[in-house]
Design a protein. Structure first.
Length: 166
């Protein structure tokens, strides 16, 4: 017999990343305008994943608010969504202050702050990126970062597409 409650729960967990990101970018744009930053969107296709919309939104909010926080007034932030094989890739790029090569291996650890004084000024606890990694991994994905001092950072999240295998 078909279990309607189970199917209803699965449908609620399916989400289209493009829809999530577009709505989030509308909300985040307000913070960008306050710092005279430009927010670019390169959101392609209806890519569907299975996941917790609230957790994924929190992860994206964290990545975007970090980009805003560590990008100077007048800077630029780009949110990209595209398909790569059997994964959806979300990239958050900025032209901000960047992260030193020494710090990169540690930024996803709990309570780690690149510059403790700077993080305190920006209300950082050192938990945000650790929580992002936990959320991404709980969804079967990966998160990576590339960064150069005074050139900016790109956080790249890969999540498995619903119904596809590699």
């Amino acid at each position: 017999m078909f279990n309607l409650n189970r199917m209803s729960g699965i449908i609620k967990q399916l989400l289209t990343l493009a829809h999530l990101l577009k709505g989030l970018c509308e909300d985040i744009a307000i913070l960008c305008r306050e710092k005279k930053q430009t927010l670019h969107q390169e959101i392609n296709g209806p890519l569907t994943i299975k996941g917790d919309p609230k957790a994924l939104r929190n992860m994206m909010v964290n990545l975007l608010t970090n980009a805003i926080r560590f990008t100077a007034e007048g800077g630029s932030i780009t949110v990209s969504l595209y398909r790569e094989q059997s994964t959806a890739v979300v990239a958050v790029s900025d032209n901000g202050i960047g992260i030193s090569p020494d710090a990169l291996p540690h930024i996803f650890k709990r309570f780690y702050r690149v510059d403790k004084a700077r993080s305190r000024e920006a209300d950082g606890s050192g938990l945000g990126l650790a929580i992002c990694r936990h959320i991404v991994e709980a969804h079967g994905g990966t998160i990576q970062v590339e960064s150069r001092i005074n050139r900016g950072s790109t956080f790249r999240v890969q999540l498995p597409l619903y119904g596809l295998t590699s």
